[in-house]
Design a protein around this ligand. Structure first.
Ligand code: GLC
Ligand code: CA
Length: 565
C-alpha cells in the first residue's frame, strides 16, 4: 500500500500550471507571447497559489507544430526570447518559490534539425541511423500506418530511395531510439537544461519511442485509408528499458519531477511507467477520459461524454495508482484539448458555476493537478466561424479530410468548434481592452470572441470568481494531507448526474459531491458514512449546504467538499 511510512515528494503536494508561451503574454508587441511576458505574470501565478509552471516547448523551431518540431534543443526560439531571458525567468520563478518544468520532445525532431539534414544527405552519414528509414515494399510504403495529423506516416526520399517514419507531420521525423547514440544525445540535452536548474520535464508522446521492429500493419477502422500505428508504436518492446536507462543516467541525479505524455496507455501499463520502485517516471498523462466523447469520426465527433463513464475511468486510475505505488496526473485539458467548461460543464448560464464544480471534482482527487492557462477563469471554446480563423495543423488537416469525404459543412465546423486544439490556444485574455491586453500588436491567433466577458481583470475584481475558487482549491491541497494521501472510494458509479466520492486517511475523511447536471439534485449519502459532525470546506453554492438526514441538496452544477469527523 502506498504512502504508509513513506516520505511524500514535493511534486506529490504540488499543483502545476501549464503555460502555452505563444499565447500567454506578449511583451514586445509582435503578437506572439514570449518569455519576458511570462516573467511579467509570475505574480499572477503566485497569487493563484500554484507551485510549478510547465512551459510548452520554447526551443528553436520552424513552428510547423507550434514548437513540437525542434531544430535546436539547446537554443530558445527567437520568437519567444533569448537564453538570457529564459535564465532570468527561471531565477525570478525560483526567487518567488515557483518551479519550472520544460517540455521534452524527443520522439521526433524537426526535419530542419541538423541531424535530419545530415541524415537526408546519404545513407552512410552517421546521422542517417538517427532516424527510422525503410526501403519500399513492392514500390510502396513499408506499412499502412496513418499519421496522427493525417496521411501516411512514411515520406519518400527520392535521392535515397527510402521512406522515413513520422508518426506526426512529415516535418517531424521520428528518432531511432534503437541507436544508442541517439539516446546519449537525448540524455546530454536533458542534462544541459537540468544543469541550468530546471525542475523537471513533461515528456512529449514518450510512450511512442520504441517501435515494434516488425512494423506490423495496423487495424483500419471506419473505412479510413490508413491503419492505426498504435499497436506497433505505443508502449513498444523497449520503452521501459529506455526510460529506466534514462532514469539511471540522468533523472536520478536531480531533485526533479517527470511526467510522461503517454497516448494509448491504460492504467495497467501506467503502473509500469510510474511505480516508484521501477525507476522510470513519476507520473503519466493518460487519455482515457479524453476519449469518452470520441465517436464515428474519432476525436472530431459531436458526441458528449456520459458521467458514469467518466467516473469509471477516473476511479480505475485512482485505485490502480494507489494500489500499485504509482501516481496520477490530474487534468481536464491542455494545449491539445477543448476547454473543460464547454466539454464537461456548461458554458452558457452556468459557465462559472460549472467551472468551479469541475475544479472541485479534479482537485480533490489523488495525484498532481494540472491547470491549463485560462481554466482558472473558466475560459470556453472559441466559436470561430471560418476555417481561416484556425491555425492548427491538425485542424486544417481534418478539415480537408472531412471535405474530401463529402461531410456537411455544418458538421465539419461544429466538430472543429468542439475539438480543435486552437480552443486552448487562443491568447490569454488579461482584460477587456483591445486585444485583451495580450499584445499591443496583432495576435498570432484570434482571441476568443468572448474576452470582454471572460478575462483576468474581471476575475480578479470579483471575489466570487472562478479564479478565487481555484485559489481556495489549491490552498486546501496545501493544507489537508488527506488530499495528497487519502484513499479514494467512489460512492455512486451509476448515478447519471452526481459524482460523489470520499478520500480517507490520516484520521480525516473528505466527502466530495458534485452535480454534473443543469437541474437541482439530491444526493443520499450512504448509511455506511456515519459521522458525528461535518465541516463544509468549500462549495460553489451561494448558501452553505447542510447535510440533513444523510441528504445533500445541490443546485445546478453545485459542488461541495465536506470534512467528516
Ligand atoms: C503531443 C503534443 C502535441 C504535439 C504532438 C507531437 O501530443 O502535446 O501538441 O502536436 O505531441 O509532438
Ligand atoms: Ca512577443
Amino acid at each position: 500500500m502506498m504512502m504508509m511510512n513513506k516520505k511524500i515528494k514535493w511534486w506529490q503536494k504540488s499543483v502545476v500550471y501549464q503555460v502555452y508561451p505563444k499565447s500567454f503574454n506578449d511583451s514586445n508587441g509582435d503578437g506572439i507571447g514570449d518569455i519576458p511576458g511570462i516573467q511579467q505574470k509570475l505574480p499572477y501565478l503566485k497569487k493563484l497559489g500554484v507551485d510549478v509552471i510547465w512551459l510548452n516547448p520554447i526551443y528553436q523551431s520552424p513552428q510547423v507544430d507550434n514548437g513540437y518540431d525542434i531544430s535546436n534543443y539547446r537554443a530558445v526560439d527567437p520568437e519567444l526570447g533569448t537564453m538570457a531571458e529564459f535564465e532570468s525567468l527561471l531565477t525570478a520563478a525560483h526567487t518567488q518559490g515557483l518551479k519550472i518544468i520544460l517540455d521534452l520532445v524527443v520522439n521526433h525532431t524537426s526535419d530542419q534539425h541538423p541531424w535530419f539534414k545530415a541524415a537526408e544527405q546519404s545513407k552512410s552519414d552517421p546521422h542517417h541511423d538517427y532516424y527510422i528509414w525503410k526501403d519500399p515494399v513492392d514500390g510502396h510504403e513499408p506499412n499502412n500506418w496513418g499519421s496522427s495529423f493525417g496521411g501516411s506516416t512514411w515520406t519518400y526520399n527520392q535521392a535515397l530511395g527510402q521512406y522515413y517514419l513520422h508518426l506526426f507531420a512529415k516535418q517531424q521525423p521520428d528518432l531511432n531510439w534503437e541507436n544508442p547514440k541517439v539516446r546519449q544525445e537525448v540524455y546530454d540535452l536533458m542534462r544541459f537544461w537540468l544543469d541550468k536548474g530546471i525542475d523537471g520535464f513533461r515528456m512529449d508522446v514518450i510512450s511512442l519511442i520504441s517501435k515494434d521492429p516488425k512494423y506490423p500493419d495496423g487495424p483500419v477502422i471506419q473505412n479510413k485509408k490508413y491503419g492505426s500505428y498504435y499497436a506497433g508504436a505505443a508502449n513498444g518492446p523497449k520503452v521501459h528499458e529506455y526510460l529506466h536507462e534514462m532514469y539511471q543516467q540522468v533523472l536520478r541525479k536531480y531533485d526533479i519531477m517527470t511526467v510522461g505524455e503517454t497516448p494509448h496507455t491504460n492504467a495497467d501499463e501506467a503502473v509500469l511507467y510510474t511505480k516508484a520502485s521501477r525507476q522510470e517516471l513519476n507520473m503519466v498523462f493518460h487519455f482515457d477520459h479524453m476519449h469518452l466523447d470520441y465517436g464515428k469520426y474519432g476525436k472530431f465527433s459531436d458526441n458528449r461524454f456520459k458521467l458514469p463513464d467518466l467516473k469509471a475511468v477516473l476511479s480505475r486510475w485512482q485505485t490502480k495508482m494507489y494500489d500499485h505505488d504509482g501516481w496520477n496526473s490530474l487534468y481536464w485539458s491542455n494545449h491539445d484539448q477543448a476547454r473543460p467548461v464547454t466539454r464537461f460543464g456548461n458554458d452558457g448560464p452556468f459557465r462559472e458555476k460549472s467551472a468551479k464544480m469541475l475544479g472541485v471534482v479534479l482537485h480533490m482527487l489523488q495525484g498532481t493537478p494540472y491547470i491549463y492557462q485560462g481554466e482558472e477563469i473558466g475560459m470556453t471554446n472559441a466559436d470561430f466561424k471560418h476555417i481561416e480563423d484556425y491555425q492548427d495543423i491538425e485542424t486544417h488537416n481534418i478539415y480537408h479530410e472531412f471535405k474530401q469525404k463529402g461531410l456537411a459543412d455544418d458538421f465539419i465546423m461544429r466538430s472543429i468548434y468542439l475539438k480543435s486544439r486552437d480552443n486552448a490556444r487562443t491568447p490569454m485574455p488579461w482584460n477587456a481592452h483591445q486585444n485583451a491586453g495580450f499584445t499591443t500588436g496583432q495576435p498570432w491567433l484570434k482571441l476568443n470572441p468572448n474576452y470582454t466577458a471572460v478575462n483576468v481583470a474581471k476575475a480578479l475584481a470579483d471575489q466570487q470568481s472562478v479564479f478565487y475558487f481555484y485559489q481556495r482549491l489549491i490552498a486546501l491541497r496545501h493544507q489537508y494531507a488527506v488530499i495528497t494521501t487519502g484513499k479514494y472510494d467512489l460512492l455512486n458509479p451509476d448515478d447519471p448526474n452526481i459524482y460523489a466520492y470520499t478520500r480517507s486517511g490520516d484520521q480525516q475523511t473528505l466527502l466530495v459531491v458534485a452535480n454534473f447536471s443543469a437541474q437541482p439534485q439530491t444526493y443520499q449519502i450512504p448509511a455506511k458514512l456515519s459521522f458525528k459532525d461535518s465541516k463544509q470546506l468549500l462549495s460553489n453554492e451561494t448558501s452553505p449546504k447542510q447535510i440533513e438526514q444523510q441528504q445533500i441538496a445541490l443546485g445546478a452544477y453545485g459542488a461541495v467538499i465536506y470534512l467528516l469527523n
